[in-house]
Design a protein around this ligand. Structure first.
Ligand SMILES: [Zn+2]
Ligand SMILES: [Zn+2]
Length: 300
C-alpha cells in the first residue's frame, strides 16, 4: 500500500481509512497535537510548563512534541520525574526519562516517594491496589512540586485510551465528582496547578507508532503491579467496540467534551486545605494523608 504522497505506507488509520507513510503519519500526529492545544488554549506564550515524565512512551512523546512546539511559540519547559520506588522497574524508566531530557537539553528534577513520604510503593500492604496508592501519591507530588517550583501548568501524558477509560469508569462507578474532572483543562485554583493533557485525542497505539518512527527512546517495561481489574475490563470492552466501530473512542471523548462545560458548573466541590499537610482536598484529610495513615496503622 502507498501513502497519498507516493511513499510506502507504514500505518493504516482505520478511523479514516488512510494509509500513511512515516513522514505523513508524524505530521498528522503533530497537527492533531497542535489542534488540541489550540482548541483548549492549553499552552500560551510565556507559559512555564512542567511535564510529568515517567520514561514510558506517553510522557516521553509528550516531552518531544512540546519541545518541537517551542520552535513555534516561546514558552519554557522542564520535567518532573517521580520515583515511586518499584524495585527493578523504576530505575530503568528513570534512566530513559533523564536521557531524553539531556538529549533535548531540558532541565529535570526527581522526587521520590521514599524521600517525600518515607515509604516506597513496595512497602504498601498487599490487598489494596498498588495502583490506587501510586496514582494518589504521584498526583499529589506532581501538583505540590509544580506549585512550589512555580510552574503555570503541569502537562501529563494521558492519551485517548486513558481518557475514555477514565470517563467510562467514573460514570459506571457513579463517581460524578471525578467524572466532572476528566476534561482537557481545569478551572484554576491557587492550590491546584492546572493540568493539561495535549495527547488526549491521540490513541495509545498511535503514540507508540510515533515513538518508533521518530526513533524516540522510550521504556517498554511494564509495571510489575498489574493494573486495576476494573480498568482492564473497561479497556477490553472499549477495544472490542473500537474494533467493530473504529470511531468509538473518539466519539465518546467528543461527547464528553461537549458536556464538560456544564459538568464544570454543576459538579465542582469546594476545595479546602488538608488538616495535616495543607494540600488541597474536598475532605478534612487529603487522600495521600489518609492513605499514609492507613499504611502506618496496618504496619503496627
Ligand atoms: Zn506520505
Ligand atoms: Zn494531606
Amino acid at each position: 500500500m502507498k501513502c497519498r504522497c507516493g511513499r510506502k505506507a507504514i500505518y493504516h488509520r482505520r478511523q479514516s481509512g488512510q494509509y500513511l507513510c512515516a513522514v505523513c503519519f508524524s505530521k498528522s500526529i503533530q497537527k492533531k497535537f497542535r489542534r488540541t492545544i489550540r482548541k483548549h488554549s492549553l499552552v500560551k506564550r510565556g507559559d512555564n510548563i512542567a511535564v510529568g515524565l515517567s520514561g514510558g512512551k506517553d510522557s516521553t512523546v509528550l516531552l518531544h512534541l512540546l519541545h518541537d512546539l517551542q520552535k513555534r511559540r516561546p514558552f519554557s519547559l522542564e520535567a518532573i520525574i517521580i520515583d515511586e520506588g518499584i524495585a527493578g522497574y523504576r530505575d530503568t524508566t528513570i534512566e530513559v526519562a533523564a536521557k531524553n531530557c539531556s538529549l533535548l537539553d531540558i532541565n529535570y528534577t526527581i522526587f521520590s516517594f521514599h524521600q517525600e513520604f518515607g515509604i516506597t510503593l513496595d512497602d504498601t500492604q498487599p490487598g489494596v491496589s498498588h495502583c490506587s496508592y501510586c496514582g494518589v501519591f504521584r498526583r499529589y507530588l506532581l501538583n505540590q512540586k509544580s506549585r512550589e517550583l512555580h510552574f503555570d501548568k503541569l502537562a501529563v501524558g494521558l492519551n485517548l485510551d486513558d481518557e475514555v477509560q477514565s470517563i467510562l469508569m467514573n460514570l459506571l462507578r457513579g463517581d460524578l465528582f471525578r467524572f466532572g474532572r476528566t476534561g482537557p483543562y481545569y478551572k484554576e485554583s491557587p492550590q491546584f496547578v492546572p493540568r493539561i493533557k495535549p495527547l488526549r485525542e491521540i490513541s495509545e497505539k498511535e503514540v507508540m507508532v510515533y515513538a518508533v518512527v521518530n526513533n524516540i527512546e522510550v521504556d517498554h517495561s511494564v509495571c510489575p503491579y498489574a493494573s486495576e481489574a476494573f480498568r482492564s475490563d473497561i479497556r477490553d470492552f472499549l477495544d472490542r467496540m473500537e474494533s467493530k466501530r473504529p470511531t468509538t473512542k473518539y466519539s465518546l471523548l467528543r461527547s464528553y467534551d461537549r458536556l464538560f462545560p456544564y459538568l464544570q458548573d454543576q459538579l465542582t466541590a469546594d476545595v479546602a486545605r488538608c488538616e495535616r499537610c495543607g494540600e488541597p482536598t474536598v475532605n478534612t484529610l487529603c487522600k495521600a494523608c489518609k492513605m499514609l495513615e492507613d499504611i502506618t496503622d496496618t504496619g503496627q
